[in-house]
Design a protein around this ligand. Structure first.
Ligand SMILES: *Cc1c(COP(=O)(O)O)cnc(C)c1O
Length: 408
């Protein structure tokens, strides 16, 4: 009898985005002539930029000729792209990482979900609350938790991000083996300082834990002195894996391209060097056949001087949207966090509304869809996440609608 993997059944507890879609659809059916304005989506909306798109066109031309056609590439990614990434880290962050420590992927989400496979199923996992759902769900599916208890999962160590700590939790006060961090954070928009990140690196070195650091929004950091990569912190090369992506800075959410850094110098729980690197290499070469060669050509272009300038203006555009949202909401007295080094604004629900109450209120009165904070974990209750991904004119209309109807 083919029994299902019971760990997956633990995930059954309501998923955020289908519920948002259900309520939005129901509203649209009741109001067929009205238009929905969206500030809820974490998906890019602006077109690919010229230099990067041209590089992908050229790659298609090469693939279309007999003498320049290529099939499968290295599972770890093209050597030229891994070199370009290594040079990029050195040039922009002053950090030395060997090209062979980079693993090119089809995006950060797969890596964030798959990385747990190479660690013991008995690992104790710390996640932040609120959190990007992938870290939680992949470890539930990996059997590292008990059941969902109606609030969260038994077995995780939750690091709570609250107003009082600026949504940056402190390292755990108990032993854990794996720690997931995301900075700039989705959903709160908070960015860890060097000191805060150092606290986690020191903890990991002391406890022989491994940090999985998601830097998908690193290009949104515009304030000086904030770390863009965990490897800016001394010792991180011995205890941290970094995950990143071209999705949010080059608009590759549909193109699909990311990378992970799993340093050869990373130590496993018993202090052995190289084993985590080797296992990830084994995992990827066995279960993954490499990222699209067209996407990789685009990625390499994105790391060039011209490509970096294009990515910067793309990110500037979304940060401009974020500013409009933040200033608009603050002008009507709503407390906002994030939105400066991040595309996300984490807004406190007014009049003591819960996340879903404020969601329903904004949908009914302003016809605006946001994301309820409680969907990212219990500590997100009382907040909503607003996203700057949208065309400028739609963002402006949505903000104006909220301003007009906030007292309805
Ligand atoms: C969008 C996002 C990613 C990027 O995922 P891709 O699979 O590369 O598109 C990774 N982490 C977080 C927290 C994100 O919000």
């Amino acid at each position: 009898m083919a029994e299902v993997n019971r760990n997956f059944l633990k995930l059954a507890s309501g998923y955020l985005f289908p519920e948002i879609a259900r309520r939005t659809r129901a509203w649209q059916e009741r109001n067929p002539s009205l238009e929905i304005l969206r500030l809820g989506i974490g998906n890019t909306t602006e077109p690919l930029t010229k230099y990067i798109a041209d590089a992908m066109h050229q790659e298609i031309d090469l693939l279309s000729r007999r003498d320049t056609y290529t099939g499968y590439g290295d599972e770890q990614g093209n050597e030229s792209l891994r070199k370009a990434l290594s040079e990029f880290y050195k040039r922009e962050y002053g950090v030395i990482i060997n090209p062979s420590d980079f693993f090119i992927s089809d995006g950060a989400k797969s890596d964030a979900a798959n990385i747990q496979e190479i660690f013991s199923s008995s690992s104790i996992v710390a996640v932040t609350d609120p959190s990007y759902p992938v870290y939680v769900d992949s470890n539930v599916a990996g059997g590292r938790t008990g059941e969902y208890n109606g609030i969260n999962y038994d077995g995780f160590v939750y690091l709570k991000g609250r107003k009082e700590n600026g949504f940056i939790p402190s390292p755990p006060d108990v032993h854990v083996d794996l720690i997931y961090l995301c900075s700039p954070n989705n959903p709160t928009g908070a960015v860890m300082t060097r000191e805060q990140l150092k606290g986690f690196v020191d903890y990991a070195l002391r406890e022989r834990a491994v940090i999985i650091f998601d830097a998908a929004y690193s290009d949104y950091i515009r304030e000086e002195g904030l770390p863009h990569t965990i490897y800016e912190i001394e010792g991180a090369e011995r205890c941290a894996i970094e995950i990143n992506s071209f999705s949010k800075n080059a608009g590759f959410t549909g193109v699909r391209l990311g990378w992970s850094i799993v340093p050869e110098s990373l130590q496993s729980g018993n202090g052995e060097e190289g084993v985590v690197h080797r296992l990830w290499n084994r995992r990827q070469t066995t279960f993954f056949n490499g990222a699209s060669n067209i996407a990789q050509a685009g990625g390499e272009a994105a790391l060039s001087e011209k490509g970096r300038a294009e990515c910067r203006s793309l990110v500037d555009y979304y940060l401009g949207n974020a500013k409009i949202i933040k200033e608009g909401l603050e002008s009507i007295g709503i407390l906002c966090y994030g939105g400066i080094n991040s595309p996300y604004i984490w807004a406190e629900c007014p009049r003591s509304m819960t996340s879903w109450q404020f969601f329903d209120f904004l949908l009914e009165k302003a016809h605006v869809v946001v994301t309820p904070g409680s969907g990212f974990g219990p500590a997100g209750e009382g907040f909503v996440r607003l996203s700057s991904y949208g065309h400028r004119e739609d963002i402006t209309r949505a903000v104006d609608a909220i301003k007009e109807h906030i007292n309805d």
